[in-house]
Design a protein around this ligand. Structure first.
Ligand code: SF4
Length: 431
């Protein structure tokens, strides 16, 4: 390698691929954050009482708000013989739209039961669009837990929207991924100050604000789990901006610089604009880094945020990654991230949960990032854990959230240190 070759980090690290039993939530989970984002959309889950319970318990805090999701329950007679599930669905949708004239986009969301009985929701969406359009656009996607992980719900939702978006020849930036409004506003403000524009968002807050797409659209992903949406945008001829994701001070700066370059704006201009928020982010990260530096982290595959977060923790917080495991390794989307991670950790895709737990036990990392179902048993074995799902529900993108992101990882370590100090004998017994 010549002295001037670009660093390749983990780009060429052989990937350990496992296909066994997995422990993850299903894609319906995405509705919890999508329904807050898309204010005139409604998510109608075509599923069972289990699906309804999952949504209600996961979104319990929204119970007093005007609901933007519901479940069309497939009864046992439907599951046995399909009965007239389509006619019943049409009646449910007509009743819903009659009651809720504010709805402009209706998503029929597939689930395990609707997939098992092979209910064709894409045909149902076409039929219902013809009946209720153009006022209401009816689309469909699957949130089924069969062979999927929970962040795929958002990906499937956004990918379902792309073919229906209008066409444009304008050169615009499309920021892709559902961000909390406050975070989206911060990003738009930074992009505006840098001189990037016009900027559109997918998903938009309202159907009337939906972006148009064309060959001059440049799109930057803000979430690393949008593989299908990325492919759908490519099919519309839009151009992907290859960049690390906007997590941490470094990730945010590199993301902004990659976007700025597409619009002919220099990295120096970006540096000038972001100097103050970047310094704030670095200071906030440094506070958490006192706890994180030198600690070993193991990522189990869950949220699909694992690769960018490992980059953030190793480069900005001084942690050492033992294994970075992701449900799916999207080489085109993750390339810029992998290039930044120093060689050393095992990179794995998919899961065989028992084999992976053996590796966790052998490595005894200081922190294991994993799903809820695995966290309690690992804690009982004396290992500190972080619930991956919290990383998706908490605002963690861009500069102002970088300190909170680092703190999310520091908190379980601090808690264990406190426990160890107050109950030294109990901690020894656990370990
Ligand atoms: S979609 Fe499947 S995994 Fe998800 S709640 Fe419904 S039945 Fe359970």
């Amino acid at each position: 390698m010549s002295a001037h070759s670009p660093a390749t980090g983990c780009t060429d690290t052989p990937v350990l691929r496992e296909r066994g039993q997995r422990e993850v939530f299903c894609g319906l989970t995405g509705i919890i954050w999508l329904h807050r984002k898309m204010q005139d959309a409604f998510f109608l889950v075509v599923g069972s009482r289990t699906c309804a319970h999952l949504l209600q318990s996961a979104a319990g805090v929204m119970i007093f708000a005007e609901p933007r999701f519901g479940t069309a329950i497939l009864e046992e007679k439907d599951l046995a013989g399909m009965a007239d599930a389509n006619a019943e669905l049409d009646r449910e949708v007509a009743r819903l739209l009659d009651r809720r004239p504010d709805i402009r986009q209706l998503f029929l969301v597939g689930s395990c039961p609707s997939e098992v009985i092979k209910l064709d929701l894409s045909r149902a969406a076409e039929r219902l669009s013809a009946a209720h359009g153009p006022k209401v656009r009816v689309l469909n996607f699957s949130g089924s837990g069969i062979e999927t992980t929970f962040t795929e719900g958002e990906d499937a939702c956004l990918a379902s929207m792309v073919p229906a978006l209008p066409t444009t020849e304008a050169k615009e930036l499309l920021m892709v991924g559902a961000l909390p409004d406050v975070v989206e506003d911060q990003a738009l403000s930074l992009l505006g100050q840098i001189g990037v524009g016009p900027v559109r968002c997918l998903p938009a807050k309202r159907a009337a604000m939906d972006p148009a797409i064309g060959p001059n659209t440049r799109y930057a992903l803000t979430q690393p789990f949008l593989g299908d949406t990325h492919s759908a945008l490519q099919r519309r001829g839009a151009q992907h901006i290859d960049a690390p994701f906007p997590f941490g001070a470094e990730g945010t700066t590199l993301w902004l610089k990659a976007v700025a370059a597409e619009f002919g704006i220099s990295p120096e201009t970006v540096d000038q604009v972001v100097a103050a928020p970047r310094a704030r982010a670095e200071k906030a990260i440094a506070a958490a880094t006192e706890t994180l530096r030198g600690k070993r982290v193991f990522f189990m595959p869950d949220s699909q945020l694992e690769i960018p977060l490992a980059r953030f923790l190793t480069r900005e917080c001084g942690m050492q990654a033992v294994e970075i495991s992701t449900p799916y390794l999207h080489t085109t989307i993750h390339r810029a991230e992998l290039a930044l991670i120093a060689p050393g950790p095992t990179i794995s895709e998919g899961q065989d949960v028992d084999l992976q737990l053996d590796r966790v036990r052998a490595a005894r990392p200081d922190l294991t990032v994993c799903g809820l179902g695995l966290a309690n048993p690992l804690e009982a074995e004396g290992l500190a854990t972080k619930w991956a799902i919290e990383l998706v529900f908490t605002p963690v993108h861009f500069y102002e959230q970088a300190g909170d992101l680092a703190s999310l990882f520091a908190r379980p370590l601090r808690r264990r240190a406190l426990l160890a100090a107050s109950h030294p004998n109990r901690m020894e017994a656990a370990e």
